[in-house]
Design a protein around this ligand. Structure first.
Ligand code: T5A
Length: 219
């Protein structure tokens, strides 16, 4: 998501993005485990969620029994983000931790702008208010077709939430928005291999960019 970078000292803020079932949670967990073995302070967050208020917003956001308009959906996710950034992410970055986020604002671009069609300028401005201008150091997009992600979720027996019950055209627009995301802070990674293959490729890319944190020999 576009936004002016605001000064946050010390830490590293990485977000992992992609369609449902792309393998974000799996890869975030592996990165965190290896970084911790190497002695790093790591904070893992998921969005929406991560504080009592944000988890409550997540529950409402994903509840299939609630019919939410596009703007309501946006504000629910932003209320969660504002609370998470203020109470958890910024303090962690300020003490020098590596923060790994399982989704962040590229998901808002993909789902609420790409999927729901909300206008860019307003969403970017509202997101900037929610984050106070915090921008990830790197956004990793795990690229898989939505059908692959959905098949993985089905194989895992996941019960569909409100977003996953949206129609196929919506999910194609979301996937298109992820595929089309470009910028110096965005890294696309093919994610149709095994979890080990994806982890190795991801770690190697991160080590190229942030060698102090992601030493090739760590873990
Ligand atoms: N949302 C979120 C918005 O609309 N706007 C926003 O701004 C934000 C932040 C969150 C929902 O909120 C929406 C998007 C979402 O609809 P969620 O549950 O957090 O929902 O997100 P999901 O993507 O649905 O979460 P999943 O956990 O299902 O997907 P992941 O994290 O991508 O996948 P993961 O790692 O859990 O793996 C899923 C299954 O596949 C297996 C795993 O073991 C697991 O069983 N797997 C693999 N299988 C084969 N090969 C691989 N490489 C595999 N990697 C993992």
């Amino acid at each position: 998501m576009n936004g002016e970078r605001s000064a946050v000292p010390h830490g590293l803020f990485l977000t992992v993005e992609g369609v449902e079932g792309a393998g974000k949670t799996t890869q975030v967990a592996r990165l965190a485990e290896r970084l911790r073995r190497a002695g790093r302070e790591v904070l893992v967050v998921r969005e929406p969620g991560g504080t009592p208020l944000a988890e409550e917003a997540r529950r409402l956001f994903l509840d299939p029994a609630l019919e939410l308009g596009a703007a309501t959906e946006l504000f629910l996710v932003l209320v969660a983000r504002a609370d998470l950034v203020q109470k958890v992410v910024r303090p962690a970055l300020e003490r020098g931790a590596t923060v790994l986020a399982d989704r962040f604002d590229l998901s808002t671009r993909a789902y609420q702008m790409g999927g729901r069609g909300l206008p860019e300028a307003e969403v970017v401005a509202a997101n900037r208010l929610a984050t106070g201008g915090l921008v990830p150091d790197l956004v990793v997009v795990l690229d898989v077709p939505p059908e692959v992600g959905q098949a993985r979720q089905a194989a895992a027996g996941k019960i569909k939430d409100r977003m996953e019950l949206a129609d196929g055209a919506f999910h194609q627009r979301v996937a298109e928005a992820f595929r089309g995301a470009r910028g110096p802070g965005i890294l696309h990674l093919p994610a149709d291999g095994t979890p080990d293959q994806i982890h190795d490729a991801l770690w190697a890319e991160l080590a190229r960019r942030f060698v102090e944190t992601f030493s090739p020999h760590a873990g």
